[in-house]
Design a protein around this ligand. Structure first.
Ligand code: MET
Ligand SMILES: [Zn+2]
Length: 777
C-alpha cells in the first residue's frame, strides 16, 4: 500500500446542520410530508456542497483534509446503517433488499406507531445525543455503503477529495446496548469479529473507489466503561486495528480519539499498524508522550490542538509553545466541530470586544491552518496572527464585568457559612410539606407546555418591535391562563405555568443574568433536527438589576399562574450545572467558581419565589450526568462540586417548601448516589424510553419522591392508558406508593396540543386506576 501524505491541517468533523439550519428545515419538511424524497436529497446535497465550498475557501484544500462528516440525523445511526445492524424489532424498516433505507433510518431515530425509537443518550461528555444501537447474538452485519458513497460522490462532483469518516468498530459496539431478549451476560462487544468482517469489506470497496485515507473515530478509547474491563479494551484495540491494518486492500487508516486521554489504549493503538493517529491535546495533557509519538516510525501524529468544544479564541502563542520541537506533525481540532456554531461572522449584533475573544467553527479552521503553517514554516511565518490572538486575550482579561470584586466577595462569604449547603432531614421536611395535601402518586408535568407557532410568532414580533412589551405580556398571560385551565380540566395535581415566556431553558436565564451574552445564529445540534443556541458565559454572574442580588424575573409569571388556581403551581428554574453545561463557559477559572456564582443567583430567585407564596419549586438539572468526567478517577471531584452547586442554590428554603428536580437524556443509574446527594424532595427522571430499567438500580435508602417518566415525549406517539398503567404498576414494585409520582419524562415544548391533551388525559386516568389499586392492597 502506498500512502499519500496526510494533510498538514485538518478537522475531525464539521457542523452538518447548515449555516442557517437548512438540515433541520429539510428533514422536518420531509417528516411532515411537505417535501418529497428527491427534494430532501437535493437540499441535503446543497448543505454538503456549501460546507465543502466554505472549507475549501478557508484554506482546507489539501486532498483528504476534509472529512465526510455529514449526517442526516446522527453519526452512530449512520454507522448502524452502514453495517446494516438493524435491531430485530425494526425488521419492518428494511426494504425489499433487506437493507435499511433512509425512511427506515428515520423510523429507528423517531419511532413508529408500533416501536419506540432507539434510546438516545449523551455522546461522551458533550451535549450531543446519539442513538443507542441494539445488538444481539443474532444481529446480522452487512455492508450498506449507499449513503457514504453518496457523500463521496457529492464531494467528487465539487472537485473535493474528502476522507470517509466512520464511527470505529470498538466505539460502535461499546456504545451499543444488548438487544432485548439476549442472555443476561451477552455483550455487544462479543460480536466484534463479525463486525470487523464488514469493516474489512468496506476497506476493500473504498480502495476500489480510489480512496487513500479513511477516518475511524474511536472516542470510546478515552473513557472508562462500567461493563468493559480496561485491560480487555486495550487488547481489543491491538487486535482490532492489527486486523484492519493487515487487510490487504485498504486505504491508509486514520484513527481519532477525541474528548479525552487514550491512557492505557495509547500504546496498543500507536503500535497496531495504523498510519495516522489523532490525539486530543486540549482535553488531555499528553506533554512528553507527543514527542515519542511524533518520532515513531510509520505513524503520523495528528495533534488536536484547537478545541472543538468551546468558542474561545485559541491562545496561539501558548499552543505553539506546547508543540515546540515536534516535527512532521499535522494539526487538527481536538474533536469534531459539531459542538460549536458555524461562523462567528454571522453574528452581527454581538459586542465587538466579546467577538474578538471568540472563534466558532470557521474561525477554528483558520486557527488550525495557522498552527499548521507555524509547524511547517516556523512561528515567524504567522507572527501577525499570534500577536492578534494574544492582544485579544489580554483585552479579555481586563475587560469590565469579567471579574467583579463584590460578586466574588459575596460568593466567598456565603459558601464559607456553615449550613450553606444543608437542609434539615427529609423526614422533617416530609412532615412540614404534608399541608400540600397531595394524593398518592401525584400527577404533574415537567414544566413546559407546547411552544406553538403562535407563541413563536408573538415572540418574534416582540423582538422585531412590531408589538409592544405590554402587548407581548398580555399575550403570555393569556397563554398561561389557558395552560392552567387545561391542566385543571385534565385533573392534574401539581400545575405549571407552561414556560411560554422562555425561548430556551438556559438562554432565558442567561438573558436575565449579568455575565452572559446570547447569539443570534449560534446554533449547535443537540440531536437529530434539534438544535440549541448556547449562551456565552464570559463574566461574573448575578441577577440583572440593582445591587448584588438583582431582581426577580420568574416570579411575575409564576405568581400570576398561581393566582388562577387553588391547586399548587410549581415554580420552575434551571439548575446551575445545566446552565453551565448548556452554555459556552469561560475557560479562565475553575468551573466550580462559576457554578457557585450561578447557584447564588438562583438562590436569590428561589427566595423571591418563596416570598411570593410559591410552595413547590423545581430546579431542573437534566445535564447533571452530562459533565461527568469520562475517567472514573475524576468523577468524585466533579460530583462534589456539581451536587454542591445545586445544594447551594436550594438549601436555604423553608422545610415546608418542596424542592423538585428533573433529570433527563442520560443513563442515571451510575449517579444515583449523586442524585440522592442533591437532597431534593422529588426527582422526576427520564425513563420511558429505557422502559423503567433504572428503577431496578434505585438504592433502597432513597427516601424521596421519584417520578419515573411514564410518557416518552420524544416520540410523537400518544401513550395508551394501558401502557402508562403497566409502567406505573411496574414502578410500584420498586418504589413505595408514597414516594411515587406520575409524569411525562420531559417538558412538552416540542409536542403539539392535541397529543399533549390526549396523553395527559391518559396519564391521569392510568394514575387514578393504579392509585385505587394501591389503596385496596
Ligand atoms: C430538558 S429538561 C426540560 C425541563 C423544563 N422544565 C421543560 O419542561 O421544558
Ligand atoms: Zn427533561
Amino acid at each position: 500500500m502506498s500512502v499519500q501524505n496526510f494533510p498538514a491541517a485538518t478537522i475531525v468533523g464539521y457542523p452538518r446542520i447548515g449555516r442557517h439550519r437548512e438540515l433541520k428545515k429539510a428533514v422536518e419538511a420531509f417528516w411532515k410530508g411537505t417535501a418529497n424524497r428527491s427534494e430532501l436529497d437535493a437540499q441535503v446535497a446543497e448543505v454538503q456542497k456549501v460546507n465543502l465550498a466554505r472549507l475549501t475557501e478557508l484554506g482546507l484544500n489539501a486532498d483528504y483534509a476534509i472529512p465526510a462528516s455529514f449526517s442526516h440525523y446522527d453519526q452512530v445511526l449512520d454507522t448502524l446503517r452502514l453495517v446494516n445492524a438493524v435491531p430485530s424489532r425494526f425488521a419492518d424498516a428494511l426494504d425489499e433488499r433487506g437493507i435499511l433505507p433512509l425512511e427506515g433510518y428515520f423510523d429507528l431515530a423517531r419511532g413508529t406507531q408500533d416501536q419506540p425509537a432507539l434510546e438516545m443518550t449523551k455522546w461522551f461528555d458533550t451535549n450531543y445525543h446519539y442513538l443507542v444501537p441494539e445488538v444481539g447474538a443474532q444481529t446480522s452485519f452487512e455492508l450498506n455503503p449507499e449513503e457514504l458513497f453518496a457523500q463521496l460522490d457529492i464531494a467528487k462532483e465539487q472537485g473535493v477529495r474528502v476522507r470517509p469518516q466512520i464511527v470505529g468498530p470498538i466505539t460502535f459496539l461499546a456504545l451499543a446496548k444488548a438487544e432485548d431478549g439476549t442472555a443476561p451476560d451477552f455483550e455487544p462487544l462479543s460480536r466484534l469479529d463479525d463486525l470487523l468482517a464488514v469493516y474489512e469489506e468496506l476497506l476493500t470497496q473504498l480502495t476500489e473507489r480510489g480512496m487513500q485515507w479513511v477516518q475511524f473515530d474511536e472516542p470510546a478509547l478515552v473513557a472508562d466503561h462500567q461493563h468493559i474491563d480496561a485491560a480487555r479494551l486495550s487488547e481489543l484495540v491491538s487486535s482490532t486495528y492489527g486486523r484492519l491494518s493487515a487487510h490487504s486492500r485498504r486505504p491508509a487508516l486514520f484513527v481519532t480519539s477525541p474528548y479525552g486521554d487514550l491512557a492505557q489504549n495509547l500504546e496498543p493503538l500507536a503500535q497496531s499498524g495504523i498510519e495516522a493517529l489523532h490525539v486530543d491535546s486540549v482535553s488531555a495533557d499528553y506533554s512528553d508522550r507527543l514527542q515519542q509519538l511524533a518520532e515513531q516510525n510509520g505513524l503520523h501524529l495528528v495533534v488536536g490542538a484547537v478545541s472543538g468544544r468551546n468558542i474561545w479564541r485559541t491562545d496561539l502563542r501558548q499552543t505553539l509553545k506546547e508543540l515546540e520541537g515536534l516535527k512532521g506533525i499535522s494539526i487538527a481540532t481536538s474533536t469534531s466541530l459539531q459542538h460549536v456554531p458555524h461562523d462567528l461572522n454571522l453574528e452581527e449584533s454581538l459586542r465587538e470586544d466579546l467577538k474578538s475573544w471568540l472563534a466558532f467553527a470557521d474561525q477554528k479552521v483558520v486557527e488550525v491552518l495557522t498552527l499548521a503553517r507555524a509547524v511547517l514554516e516556523g512561528e515567524d511565518a504567522v507572527a501577525a496572527e499570534i500577536a492578534t490572538a494574544s492582544d485579544a486575550l489580554a483585552q479579555r482579561e481586563k475587560s469590565e464585568g469579567v471579574r467583579v470584586q463584590a460578586i466574588r466577595e459575596r460568593v466567598q462569604e456565603v459558601t464559607a457559612q456553615s449550613g450553606a449547603f444543608e437542609r434539615p432531614t427529609t423526614s422533617e421536611r416530609q412532615q412540614a410539606q404534608a399541608f400540600l395535601n397531595l394524593p398518592q402518586i401525584p400527577t404533574t408535568t415537567i414544566g413546559s407546555f407546547p411552544q406553538t407557532s403562535d407563541i413563536r410568532k408573538q415572540r418574534a414580533a416582540f423582538r422585531a418591535g412590531t408589538i409592544t412589551e405590554s402587548e407581548f405580556d398580555g399575550f403570555l398571560r393569556e397563554e398561561i391562563a389557558s395552560v392552567i385551565a387545561l391542566q385543571e380540566e385534565i385533573g392534574l395535581d401539581v400545575l405549571v405555568h407552561g414556560e411560554a415566556e422562555r425561548n430556551d431553558m438556559v438562554q432565558y436565564f442567561a438573558e436575565n443574568f449579568e455575565g452572559f451574552d446570547t447569539t443570534v445564529h449560534g446554533w449547535v445540534q443537540s440531536y437529530g433536527s434539534r438544535c440549541t443556541r448556547p449562551s456565552i458565559l464570559w463574566g461574573d454572574v448575578k441577577r440583572s438589576g440593582e445591587g448584588l442580588e438583582g431582581s426577580a424575573f420568574t416570579v411575575p409569571w409564576i405568581s400570576y399562574a398561581d393566582s388562577l388556581t387553588e391547586k399548587p403551581v410549581k415554580g420552575m428554574l434551571t439548575g446551575p450545572v445545566t446552565i453551565l453545561a448548556w452554555s459556552f463557559v469561560r475557560d479562565d477559572q475553575p468551573r466550580v467558581e462559576t457554578a457557585h456564582q450561578v447557584a447564588l443567583a438562583l438562590a436569590d430567585e428561589i427566595a423571591d419565589l418563596e416570598k411570593a407564596g410559591i410552595k413547590i419549586i423545581q430546579v431542573d438539572e437534566p445535564a447533571l450526568r452530562e459533565l461527568l468526567p469520562l475517567r472514573a478517577a475524576e468523577q468524585p471531584e466533579y460530583l462534589k462540586w456539581s451536587v454542591g452547586s445545586f445544594r447551594l442554590a436550594t438549601s436555604q428554603v423553608a422545610d415546608s417548601t418542596q424542592i423538585h428536580t428533573h433529570l433527563c437524556y442520560s443513563e442515571f443509574n451510575e449517579v444515583f448516589e449523586a442524585i440522592d446527594g442533591l437532597n431534593a424532595d422529588v426527582t422526576s427522571i427520564e425513563a420511558a424510553r429505557s422502559r423503567l430499567e433504572l428503577l431496578e438500580d434505585l438504592p433502597a435508602t432513597f427516601d424521596r419522591g421519584i417520578g419515573p417518566g411514564v410518557w416518552d415525549i420524544h416520540s410523537p406517539r400518544v401513550p395508551s392508558v394501558e401502557k402508562i398503567r403497566s409502567l406505573l404498576e411496574q414502578a410500584v414494585d420498586s418504589v413505595a406508593p408514597d414516594h411515587l409520582w406520575s409524569n411525562p419524562d420531559c417538558g412538552l415544548k416540542t409536542r403539539g396540543y392535541e397529543e399533549t391533551r390526549a396523553s395527559l388525559v391518559n396519564l391521569v386516568e392510568a394514575t387514578r386506576a393504579v392509585r385505587e389499586q394501591v389503596a385496596k392492597k
